[in-house]
Structures are given as structure tokens and as C-alpha cells.
Design a protein around this ligand. Structure first.
Ligand SMILES: Cc1ncc(COP(=O)(O)O)c(C=O)c1O
Length: 389
């Protein structure tokens, strides 16, 4: 793919000009039930011997369009959509591991994924070893005979740590361990894990894929056999299916994914460099900065460095005072929308972890997570400078 063709892909991925009277916008099919033409056809569709739809949880044309689209964006064989990113996370895990199996995952990542892995440890005996994912060899060292899944989140939430996808996936392949990459922060504009050897990619589509802070959704992409296993197993049994109305909103968001990501990348890079110079900022975390621990790996596997960064303003009080006084940027907890969102990490997303766990995850009390939006970078910087002084 040449540098610019992702912009074309964002606009046209998944489209079928022969369907729906040529409608450029995929119609929303709200139906939860589809009638059969006759007994033979009904039985064939119901038993997956013939293509078609019969029940909302198990397939819908609008949802199908989204699944085709995200599969193309990630250069995967098949896609599967969910009601949330966590439904995609849990479906990936339940597709690849069972009772008594073992998982290797980052010690610093989205805290609900951490808590989910701990939960399946307690509930089902699926043990997870949490490692320093900045070091690919840590995955190799953690392998046990019953290891079935490597989990990667890169850049990770909230410290934008970078994991070498190709290296971890290669270690996994040698030991018949499947590698799953949470590609929420990077998006396929910046990084395509399946091309680097990963087996499954998941996203919280709530974030950049949707892009407008107006929906909750998740997706999974990978080889067809694995995705179909998820569709007929975890997705069907646990039922976290996406609503067609929401699938349509994600599809609309994706049309501008390339444009938005280009701007998120450049704004975040400018803000990271600006904060680096500020005397009250004790640390800046951004994979595009040369001093970032794995900057070289990020350069190799990413096209741009993303819209997320971390900034340590020293104390929890300083972090609170900053979010209390913003005028352009918004104090809110999500990420990946067009607006700049800032949140104090230790007091919010990582509040469920113990202080020791937070310290192990590298989350200091003054850490702010900044989802840099697509506003004027001058206005974003001025807003933060006005408060920091
Ligand atoms: C990296 C990452 N993965 C997964 C999720 C979960 O997504 P959702 O909130 O859509 O369930 C989030 C949410 O913040 C996230 O940041």
C-alpha cells in the first residue's frame, strides 16, 4: 500500500456497489428477525449451509458491512463486530484459552483488560503472567507448556509503551501460542499487526474508529477460521453483538479515519515536544520522542505515532488543578474522538489498581493521559500553558 492509499481505503473499504440499489451509505437494517422464502432455504440458512440472515444476534447486513470494512482496513481475512471493546477483548480470550491455560500479557495496559485477565484467573483458572512488554524476550521467558495466548497492547494505555509485535508474534509462532494485539491506540492507519505476524487484532471502536465520542463498539479481525470460531463460540454464546444502528455510525466514522489520524498524529507530536520544554512537566511519554524507551521499534512498526500521550505534572493536586481549569480541552475519560480529552490517570482509570500495582504499571500520581484532538494545535497548547503557567 502506498502512503496515500489508506485515505482511499478509509473511504471505500467494504463497499459493495452491486448491493442496496447502489446506495453509497450502507442502509441500517434494524431487523432482529429475517423471514425465510421456503423450508429448504430456511433450513440451509439456519444451518449455515447457505449465506443469509435469520436472527439479529447471529448476523445482520449492516453489521456485515462493518465487518468487511474493518477486515480490509487491517488487511485481515475476516472481521467480527461487538457491542464494546471489552466484548471484543473477552471474545478473543474465550476463543483462544480455556480452563487451565496460561496467558502472557503486559503489566501496563488498559486497566479493565488487566482486571478481566485477573477475573478469568480467579473464575476459570486461566492464569496470566504480567510482563514488561517493552521487552519481547519477557514473553519468551514467561512461556509455560500450557501457554495459549500472548496479549499485546501497543501503544499501551496510558503510558504509550511500545511492544515489538513482529518479535513477540514470532516467539509465539515457534511455541504455538496465538498473539492478539489491541490496536485501539494505533489504528490501522498507523500500524497493521496482522502484517507483522499477529493472529488476531481487536479494537475498542468506541475510540478512533468511531472517532466522534458518540458510540460504544468493538471489533476483531484475523484469519477466517479464528474469527469464525469466535463468531460461533464466544460471540454467539456471550451475546455481545453490536446494534446495526451503531455499526452504521462506526462505518461513517471510518470514512474520515485517515484524515483524522493524520491530524491526531501531527497534533500529538507537536504537543509532546511542547510539553517536553515545560519546566513544570516532570515527564512526557510519546513514542515519537527520541528518548522514548522503544522509539526505534515504534519507528519500524508504525507509520505515525498516534494521538495519545502521557504527561506527568508532578502531583495529583497539580493534575486535578489542570483539568479543573481547561477551556478548550475537555476533562473526560475516553479517548480517540475529535476533541482533546485529558484525564488524571491514577485518580480515574487506574484507581481500581492498588498503589503498588499502579507503581508497577509505571502510573505516577501526577500522570495525565491526553487524547490529542484535531483542534488547532496552537489553541490546545495555549489552553494547557494558561493553566500550567
Ligand atoms: C486500549 C483499550 N482497549 C480496550 C478498551 C475497552 O473498550 P470499550 O470501552 O469500548 O469496551 C479500551 C477502553 O478505554 C482501551 O483503551
Amino acid at each position: 500500500m502506498n502512503d496515500d492509499s489508506f485515505f482511499t481505503l478509509s473511504v471505500h473499504a467494504g463497499e459493495d456497489r452491486t448491493a442496496n440499489f447502489g446506495a453509497l451509505s450502507v442502509p441500517i437494517y434494524p431487523a432482529s428477525v429475517f423471514a425465510f422464502a421456503d423450508a429448504d432455504e430456511g433450513i440451509a440458512i439456519h444451518n449455515y449451509e447457505k449465506e443469509g440472515y435469520f436472527y439479529g444476534r447471529l448476523g445482520n447486513p449492516t453489521v456485515d458491512a462493518l465487518e468487511r470494512t474493518v477486515a480490509e482496513l487491517e488487511n485481515g481475512e475476516a472481521g467480527l463486530a461487538f457491542a464494546s471493546g471489552m466484548a471484543a477483548v473477552s471474545a478473543a480470550a474465550f476463543t483462544l484459552v480455556g480452563s487451565g491455560d496460561h496467558v502472557v500479557a503486559p503489566e501496563s495496559m488498559y486497566s479493565t483488560t488487566t482486571n478481566f485477565l485477573k477475573h478469568i484467573g480467579e473464575a476459570f483458572g486461566v492464569e496470566t503472567t504480567f510482563v514488561d512488554a517493552a521487552d519481547a524476550e519477557a514473553y519468551a521467558a514467561a512461556i509455560r507448556p500450557n501457554t495459549k495466548m500472548f496479549w499485546i497492547e501497543t501503544p499501551s494505555n496510558p503510558l504509550v509503551r511500545i511492544t515489538d509485535i513482529a518479535e513477540v508474534a514470532a516467539i509465539g509462532k515457534k511455541s504455538r501460542v496465538a498473539t492478539v494485539v489491541d490496536n485501539t491506540f494505533a489504528t490501522p492507519f498507523n500500524q497493521r499487526p496482522l502484517e507483522l505476524g499477529a493472529d488476531l487484532v481487536i479494537h475498542s471502536a468506541t475510540k478512533y474508529l468511531g472517532g466522534h465520542s458518540d458510540l460504544t463498539a468493538g471489533v476483531m479481525i484475523g484469519q477466517r477460521d479464528l474469527v469464525e470460531k469466535a463468531r460461533h463460540g464466544a460471540a454467539k454464546l456471550y451475546g455481545g453483538n453490536i446494534a446495526p444502528q451503531v455499526a452504521w455510525l462506526v462505518l461513517r466514522g471510518i470514512k474520515t479515519l485517515g484524515l483524522r489520524m493524520e491530524r491526531h498524529n501531527s497534533n500529538a507530536s507537536a504537543l509532546a515536544n511542547m510539553l517536553l520544554e515545560h519546566p513544570k512537566v516532570a515527564g512526557v511519554y510519546y513514542p515519537g520522542l527520541e528518548h522514548h524507551q522503544n522509539h526505534e521499534i515504534a519507528r519500524r512498526q508504525m507509520r505515525g505515532f498516534g494521538g495519545m500521550l502521557g504527561a506527568d505534572v508532578g502531583t495529583a493536586d497539580a493534575a486535578k488543578s489542570l483539568v479543573d481549569n481547561l477551556k478548550v480541552c475537555t476533562f473526560a475519560t475516553s479517548l480517540g474522538g475529535v476533541e482533546t480529552l485529558i484525564q488524571p490517570v491514577a485518580l480515574m482509570t487506574h484507581a481500581t489498581l492498588s498503589p503498588g500495582e499502579r507503581a508497577a504499571a509505571g502510573v505516577s500520581e501526577g500522570l495525565l493521559r491526553i487524547s490529542v484532538g484535531i483542534e488547532s494545535i496552537a489553541d490546545i497548547c495555549q489552553d494547557i500553558y494558561d493553566v500550567l503557567g
